[in-house]
Every structure is written in structure tokens, then in C-alpha cells.
Design a protein around this ligand. Structure first.
Ligand code: ADP
Ligand code: ADP
Ligand code: MG
Length: 666
């Protein structure tokens, strides 16, 4: 076996690869940029080589720099992770030339599968069903319109070199086809340095289901079942699971067979993923093949018990696959939640900053449940603008789907992240969503269930009461401590009130609290009563309660009268008043947020790449106003209603901060 390997990546995936290598007794070499000097993957590896400035284009994806690190460290093989150089044929060739093993497929397979037009043609030849469409390059807008009409709307306009959900647009009519062609083309040019575009049928209400394949250098290739990745925003996955709640054994087998046929057609070895789009009748169509380890590979590991990274390393060393197709099992159910530094309340736009708090739930592995957290960050670390905003991949496993969801719910409850915007509330909301629980999901799930964006969850009265009871108990403890510290009162417990008015979301509860050494009993005006016990002490951010014998976990931060409470998909203030103060509050005017309805605010920090309107223009509802580029994505901002432009503050080429006013309306 190899004695030393280099991991040409960063973040969670570099850490993930190091773990398997360590388990196999292989020494590891990390590479790092300026921004990653103190990163987790650097700490975990046996050695680390600095390879340049923070932008990936000047460090992680510069082949010469990585090759230099390989030579300097004497590594015998390189694992590329995902993204970066993982699907770069030239990198695989450079390694081959240097006599270093690439822990991935042959360069030829990367070349043919890395290009969507080529791979579609190859797939069709190998007998794989592909999405109907035009398998060639589109020259200009006019041709885009012509081809779209031939295919029939809706269509998907895609960059042949695309990846990561970028360079892709849906069009429902000629105008959108023209606009989509231009947008995809310029996004593809800036993201991939290759602006070739093709068009295929947009499959409506589809599921994204993909097959994991694994091959060796001796002509053996097997499939390790499927992953369902239909929960997506911006055509990018957020929640994945294995197996799929939709597939039957027959469909699974025919998808598996086609995936293996395609892999064999390009002499594939190592781990790879064949992505399909599946319609409501279980017709499936080839989308693309990812010739690398996939982000969501852990769910496959959890149901099959196979360590994919270990297999990749063994295959690269030349070993024969020790697993046969008939050995591959589906054991139980696994879920993955991608924790992103992005703001769910702002259309999932990326967020950056310092992780002032990062406490993942404890990892567990028993016969009935698993919690696994793949991460590349630590408390105090920085989420920089240079790389992918994924913080961690939280996975759960249990004997069945409902139990796996439950394990995930609890794990998310115990996950503490502060300092940056993150999508934990959104992940919890999906886990609690009845439609998700039913398994009836499509790639349109997020759009359909959160048409106006994610605004946080409205809690039902039963939950609001449980939360109120918990907060009353916390507040009492905090007030007693305060009284004690100030030393004003001798018998403090007596003086701290027993009656409180609690306001949470739109509800108001008048409660009285009766405490004893073991806990508190909180009575509501309607006669309901909750028994609360907890070991919470003031200052703690994660509060565990038992309410009438069932657990309740809240993330809490004190506010002037009460707490800011995060529970599952809800982030809400719980205001606690004495009855007297509540009475006074009735007479106070609520502070209204500033009126921004006549302004177009910049939704994220970004660059203005295009202005479509001028002062004095009348615009219609839905008309494009300008284009903002951020994290290599071009976002067209549109008018929300008819109006006349009175002022424009932005300039093409200028950058804007979040909430900066781009233009104003009369
Ligand atoms: P998956 O299907 O595993 O989610 P994606 O294609 O979405 O795979 O991308 C996997 C990872 O690689 C993501 O973190 C994405 O941001 C990154 N990535 C994908 N394509 C590119 C690219 N061309 N350049 C840089 N990063 C990329
Ligand atoms: P990427 O390389 O960015 O991962 P894919 O071709 O795999 O690009 O597509 C990403 C996602 O976009 C898919 O998972 C699916 O949700 C959606 N998508 C892609 N092509 C189609 C299509 N023809 N019809 C409907 N949805 C599609
Ligand atoms: Mg894809």
C-alpha cells in the first residue's frame, strides 16, 4: 500500500480523506493557501505544504504549484477531493507523467465525462437514456430560440462545461430563451473559461436520483445503489438521502445497470456518480457523470457499510475490488444535511465571517442510530469569501426513514453555530415538513413550499406554550441570580415574581410559575399546566429541558426582557413582562421598520455587471433592472411592480454592499 498521499483540497473533504488514510496507516500531506494557514485539514495532516495566496485560482487549482508540493513531499499518490482539480484531465495527466498515482479515474474518462455534450453522446451510444434535446453546441440567440421551439418549452439551457449548478437557466418562452442563453454563456465563460452552450428538455416535477459506481483497474465495476438529492436550491443540493423513497427494486436495478454500462464504456475506475433525472412515472434520464468523490457520498457509506475513500485508495494502488455486486446491501436509511454559511432568509445568499461559536452535536454510532459530522472548520475559524460556503455535512442513520429523520432533527437541535448567517433553521424546517416526511419530493420542493423565500416557521400553539413555559422557568432562574448578585434583597426567591406575561410570535400567554427544588410548574390562564425541569444556568446558549417528560431543546440568547429563541425552523423573540409592564407596553407604539418599498436594495455583496434601465424609465412588473454578480453567479434583479425610476445610485463595474440602495422609484 502507499506510504504517503497528498490531498489536493481543503475543508471538510480534505479532512474526510485524511481520516480514511490514517485508518489505513498511510501518512498524509495537506496543501494550504494563505487563508487556510490555520485550517483544520492542515492541523490533521502529518505534513503540510503552503502553495500560495488565498484565491483558489492562485493556489489550489494551479497544477504546477500542486505538483511542486507533490514532489517536495514525496507523496506517492494524490486524492483530489471534489471541486478544484478533481475533474481536471490535465492534472491527472501531470501526475501520470510524474509517476504519481491519481486517486481517481483515468484522464480519458475525465475528459469525456467532464463535458456535458460529449458525455451525453457517449451515454446515448452506451444505451443509457438521456434527456431529450439537442446534443450539439448552440451558436447564438437565434439558434437558441429555434432549437428551444423544436424541443418544446420548457427547456433547460446549460453550459457544456458546467458544474455546481452554475451556467444553467430554465426558459419557458422565446424571450427567456434569448436571455437565458446570454446569461448562461457569460456565467459559463467567467466560471469555467468555456462558454459552449447546449439545450435540453426541462423535465418538470423531477427527482434527482444518482447512482454511485465503483470500478477497479481490472475491468470490474459495480453500483452501490442510489442517492436521492431532490432537495435543491439554485439547482444545488442541500439535503440528500439513501436509499431513495421513490425507487422500486426494478428501477434501481435498471438504473444501476445503465450506470455501470456507461462507466465501462469509458474504462472507468475509482468512485464515480452517474446522475439521473427521474419523472413522476419513474422514467429516468441521464444528466451527467461526476468523475470524482461526490459531496454526498457519506449517505451511501452509511447504508452500505463501505468506506468509499478507502476503496478509491485501494483501486488507485491497483488492488482488485473485494466487493461483488451481490455483496452490496441497503441497510437502513441515511440522511445528509449540508450546513452552509448562507442566509436562508435572504434567498440562501452566501454569508462570511468568523465562527464565534461552532459546537456540532456529538457523533454517535450504535446499532440503532448514527450521527456523523464531516467538517473542516472549528470554533473561532474564519469562513472566507474565497471558497465554497459549506461548513459541515451532518449525517444521520437509523433502521428506517422516519427514524433517520428523527435522529437528524435531534442532531440539528444540538448544533450550535453563531457569528455567521447559516441555514440550520431551514434544514430543521425541512426535517419537520410533512411533505418531506411523506417522501413526496421533487427538485421544485423548495420553490413550491417556500414560494416567497424561507421566512422561518410559524409555531403552533402547543409548541408556543411549551417554549413559553421553558422561557418562564429560565427567566425566573436568571432573575433570582440577578437579585442575588445585586444583594439588595435577603430572601430573593420571594421577591422574584410569580406572574408573567409572555409574548411570542403573535401569541400572548399569562402564566404563573410555582417553583420547587426539582423544577417549576407553569400554569396558563386557560388552565393548562406544564412541568419544566432543566439543568440550564444563565449564560448557556443551548438549553435542554424536559417538559412534562418530553425533551425540548432551545438555542437562547438574552434580550432586554426575555430571550431570542431558536427552535427548529423558528427564530423568534420571547418577551417576558411583569403584568404591570405588560400593561404599560400596550400603550407604547411599536417601532415600524423603515419603508423600503420604493427602493431596490442590493441583496448581497456583489458587483454590478449590467444596468438595464435609466432614470425616468417606466418599468413593468418582472422587468429586468440590473445584474449583480456574486460568488461567480449572475443574479438578475427585477421590478416587483410597475413604476418609474427616479434615481440610480449604482454604476456598472461598481461594487455594492448588502442592503445598499441600487435605485429608487417614484
Ligand atoms: P455535487 O453533485 O456533489 O453537489 P457539484 O457539481 O454541485 O457536485 O459540486 C461539488 C463541489 O464542487 C461543490 O462544492 C461545488 O461548489 C464545487 N464545484 C463544482 N464545480 C466547480 C467548478 N467548476 N469550479 C469550482 N468548484 C466547483
Ligand atoms: P451540475 O453539473 O451543475 O450539477 P446538472 O446537469 O447535474 O448540473 O444539473 C443540476 C441540477 O439541475 C439537477 O440536479 C436538476 O435538479 C436540475 N436539472 C438539470 N437538468 C435538468 C433538466 N433537463 N430538467 C429539469 N431539471 C434539470
Ligand atoms: Mg450535477
Amino acid at each position: 500500500m502507499f506510504k504517503k498521499i497528498l490531498i489536493a483540497n481543503r475543508g471538510e473533504i480534505a479532512c474526510r480523506v485524511i481520516k480514511s488514510a490514517q485508518k489505513m496507516g498511510i501518512k498524509t500531506v495537506a496543501i494550504y493557501s494563505d487563508a487556510d494557514r490555520n485550517a483544520l485539514h492542515v492541523k490533521m495532516a502529518d505534513e503540510a505544504v503552503h502553495i500560495g495566496p488565498s484565491p483558489a485560482a492562485q493556489s489550489y487549482i494551479v497544477i504546477d504549484k500542486v505538483m511542486h508540493a507533490v514532489r517536495q513531499s514525496g507523496a506517492e499518490a494524490v486524492h483530489p477531493g471534489y471541486g478544484f482539480l478533481s475533474e481536471n484531465m490535465k492534472f491527472a495527466q501531470a501526475l501520470e507523467k510524474a509517476g504519481v498515482a491519481f486517486i481517481g479515474p483515468p484522464a480519458g474518462a475525465i475528459a469525456s465525462m467532464g463535458d456535458k455534450i460529449t458525455s451525453k453522446k457517449l451515454a446515448a451510444k452506451a444505451g443509457v437514456t438521456t434527456v431529450p434535446g439537442y446534443m450539439g453546441e448552440i451558436a447564438d440567440e437565434a439558434e437558441a430560440v429555434k432549437i428551444s421551439n423544436e424541443i418544446g418549452y420548457p427547456v433547460m439551457i446549460k453550459a457544456s462545461a458546467g458544474g455546481g449548478g452554475k451556467g444553467m437557466r430554465v426558459a419557458w418562452n422565446d424571450a427567456e430563451a434569448r436571455e437565458g442563453f446570454q446569461l448562461s454563456k457569460s456565467e459559463a465563460a467567467s466560471s469555467f473559461g468555456d462558454d459552449r452552450i447546449f439545450i435540453e428538455k426541462f423535465i418538470t416535477q423531477p427527482r434527482h436520483i444518482e447512482i454511485q459506481v465503483l470500478g477497479d483497474k481490472h475491468g470490474n465495476c459495480i453500483y452501490l445503489n442510489e442517492r436521492e438529492c431532490s432537495i435543491q436550491r439554485r439547482n444545488q443540493k442541500v439535503i440528500e438521502e439513501a436509499p431513495s423513497p421513490f425507487l422500486d427494486a426494478k428501477t434501481r436495478k435498471s438504473m444501476g445497470k445503465q450506470a455501470v454500462a456507461l462507466a465501462k464504456a469509458v474504462d472507468y475506475c475509482s468512485a464515480g456518480t452517474v446522475e439521473f433525472i427521474v419523472d413522476g412515472k419513474r422514467n429516468f434520464y441521464f444528466l451527467e457523470m461526476n468523475t470524482r468523490l461526490q459531496v454526498e457520498h457519506p449517505v451511501t457509506e452509511l447504508i452500505t457499510g463501505i468506506d468509499l475513500v478507502e476503496q478509491m485508495i485501494r483501486v488507485a494502488y491497483g488492488e482488485k475490488l473485494a466487493i461483488r455486486q451481490k455483496d452490496v446491501v441497503i441497510n437502513g436509511w441515511a440522511m445528509e444535511s449540508r450546513l452552509y454559511a448562507e442566509d436562508p432568509y435572504r434567498n440562501f445568499l452566501p454569508s462570511i465571517g468568523r465562527l464565534s461559536r461552532y459546537r456540532p452535536p456529538e457523533e454517535v454510532a450504535t446499532k440503532t442510530m448514527v450521527v456523523r459530522n464531516d467538517t473542516g472548520v472549528y470554533e473561532g475559524g474564519e469562513i472566507s469569501m474565497f471558497y465554497d460556503p459549506m461548513i459541515a455535512k451532518l449525517c444521520s442513520w437509523a433502521p428506517d426513514r422516519a427514524a433517520a429523520i428523527d435522529v437528524m432533527r435531534n442532531a440539528l437541535d444540538g448544533f450550535e453555530v453563531e457569528g455567521i448567517g447559516h441555514n440550520l433553521p431551514f434544514l430543521s424546517a425541512v426535517m419537520d415538513h410533512p411533505r418531506f416526511a411523506s417522501g413526496d419530493i421533487t427538485t421544485a420542493f423548495i420553490e413550491e413550499e417556500y414560494p416567497d423565500g424561507f421566512q422561518g416557521v410559524e409555531l403552533n400553539e402547543v409548541t408556543l406554550k411549551r417554549i413559553s413555559a421553558a422561557c418562564a422557568a429560565m427567566y425566573r432562574v436568571a432573575e433570582i441570580r440577578l437579585a442575588r448578585v445585586s444583594g439588595r434583597i435577603d430572601n430573593h426567591e420571594r421577591k422574584v415574581g410569580e406572574n408573567w406575561v409572555i409574548k411570542v410570535q403573535d401569541a400572548r400567554f399569562d402564566v404563573s410559575i410555582d417553583a420547587d427544588p426539582k423544577g417549576s410548574s407553569v400554569s396558563f390562564a386557560d388552565g393548562t399546566k406544564h412541568r419544566v425541569t432543566s439543568d440550564w444556568v444563565p449564560g448557556e446558549r443551548l438549553a435542554n429541558f424536559m417538559i412534562d417528560g418530553t425533551p425540548l431543546i432551545l438555542k437562547v440568547a438574552p434580550i432586554s426582557a426575555g430571550y431570542q429563541v431558536r427552535y427548529r425552523g423558528a427564530d423568534t423573540s420571547v418577551v417576558i413582562y411583569t403584568p404591570r409592564r405588560a400593561e404599560l407596553a400596550e400603550y407604547m407604539l411599536e417601532k415600524l421598520p423603515a419603508d423600503t418599498s420604493k427602493m431596490l436594495l442590493c441583496p448581497m455583496p456583489g458587483l454590478i455587471v449590467n444596468l438595464n434601465v435609466a432614470v425616468g424609465d417606466e418599468v413593468q412588473d418582472g422587468q429586468a433592472l440590473c445584474t449583480v454578480e456574486a460568488m461567480k453567479m449572475e443574479n438578475v434583479l427585477r421590478a416587483e411592480k410597475k413604476g418609474v425610476i427616479s434615481k440610480i445610485n449604482a454604476k456598472v463595474g461598481g461594487s455594492m454592499a448588502v442592503d445598499e440602495v441600487i435605485m429608487e422609484f417614484e
